[in-house]
Design a protein. Sequence first.
Length: 672
Amino acid sequence: MPNAQQRRNASRVSFMESMFLRRDSKFIIDFFDSWTLQDIIALGKVNRMCHRIVELYARMKWNLQELITYYFSNPQQVMYMLEEEEHVLFGPAIFSFFDRRPFQSWPIDICIRVDSMGKFIPWLKREGYTYVDGPPGIASFETGVLGELMQTPDIKLKSTGDRNSSEEDRAAWGPYIFAKDATQAIRIKVYVVRCEPYRHILSLRATGMMNYVKNGYAVSLFPRSTFIHRRSFISRQDDIRLSFQARNEHFWLELNKGIFHVETIGLTHKPYGNVEIGRRYVGDADSWIISAYVSDEAEYPCQEEGPSFEVLDWTSATTRVDSFLRIGEPEIWSFELVLLKGDVSLILTFFDNCEPREVFALSSANKRLHSIVRFYARRKWSIKAFIGGFVRHPLSMLELLNDGDGIIFGPAVTKFFDRTLTRPSTIDICVHGRLLEQLLSLLEEEGYSYAGWDRRTINLEHYLWSKYAGTPTYDLRSSGERNHDEAHRSAWGPYEFARYSSEGTNRIKLHVVRCEPYRHILSLHSTGLMNMISWNRAISLFPISTFVYRRSFISAQDAIPAKQHTSDYKIWFDKYAASYNIDIIGFTHKVYNNVETGQRFVGDHFCWIIPYPTDDEYQNMHQQFKEFNGLSFEAIDWRSGATRPESYLRIGEPRIWSRWGELRDIQIHHQE
């Protein structure tokens, strides 16, 4: 424990801290302006007091609102144009802003899309800017852009520079120079592109110029190299037109290296450390992000997670002869732009043509794509919409099945997971006899009636209870536990119920078992059939095999054809698999990868789980996945020696059949 003297020493304010606390903000700015960024950052890590002082300096020095207000009279309208019209501010003024130099001596560069000129020109006029200069022979901004459009081939107009197209396709027209007031002291240089403006920034000649303002953030993509180590690495891969080089956005940093003191580095065999290479995105740990909106309540602004890209150095052998780096275009971001600008039908159609693993790979790219994929999943895999097509109160049905461990399964559920379900008319429900009375009452309330061929001669409920009474006591005791005969896990039925309406006929097929219904699912002919809705969730037990690799492994073990071998579901699945390229795999000496084998439980990492969310459950959906640990089972392949001759897998009680191979090997060893 520290003594009194140590505590007093720890509470004392150092001489430097005392000096800062006694001086005004002007002194703090003047003092730190003479420091290097490395020293400022190091000081901010000393203690909390120093961190606060450095933070105060940062807020005053990197004031994005001050920069925007200097060039524009209406900052709110500027922010709107940067966000909605995707304009980008860049150039020497933004570089000076990051480098703690006076930006007021430079014009500000702005990059706009050609299709946004309709809003851009009136906005410039409201700001008081008029056209003063541009390429030779250009009388006005509009005629200059129109002339470029007329000279550009149609195929180039269609190309937006996506997916690593030529950097020439991302080149800008201009600059077109506008000035404010009679003195023309404040100027704007306008560059017009037909791609997204941020793509043009990524195609600039060197990394030191890749600093811009967009969506309320000032972004520096290579800050450590540029502002700490004073290096700018050439990364452009195409030749640049030399016309108006003195005013070209690609060369100002080299032409003013005496002012900015940044070295431009091309191809060299010298290795440089601390270069921001690898898979990148705007807002990652290598970027600097400065928000225009910083308040006392939001001390640390949320970083923008934006477009992704990749940076490779010359060791990758992909760079041009005079370039040190190569910057790859963010292909995933182009998908996002299309989806954000499209309607719901476009999103559904786009993802319907992607494989499930591609869909979920996109969802992990960034937050916005995750939200789009989540929207698609809610629309495509909606349990509420699926069950709501058969009952007026889907939640009541799910709660009843949840209380009695009942299960919805069958062709409709398999097509639900496989995204081939259009307008289902029939679902299958499997229940234990103890739930029979409640389920029949619910079906009656929903307007269903028994529609079997013998509906005129029997009362189904009485018939099933008499069937229970006629079942041998031994069979009633067996619930299919501990890998008993699969016949004990087979179902009575199906018993068909129908509801007729002007919109069509809905049918529910009832399967009655004396074991737990999930055990009946595990005893089906092959793994592709093992998809169900239960416990307020849709669950696929073998989704990777079935819906990704399009394989269904036979797992039935009865030595004689059991009822499930000739069931309507199995017969339907044989035809479905042939139509949708799913291979049904029996015994083979070939070993397949990515099969969901081993100690399993319903809801493990192999399963696909789709919950039935209520309005207040969406925020906790991810937590629900983690908390759902269901019933255990074991899946082992033919190498265990425990499968039937025509089966690839055996599915049974955990830790029973996996020991079979060990016991067999011991027996063989003793015989030898």
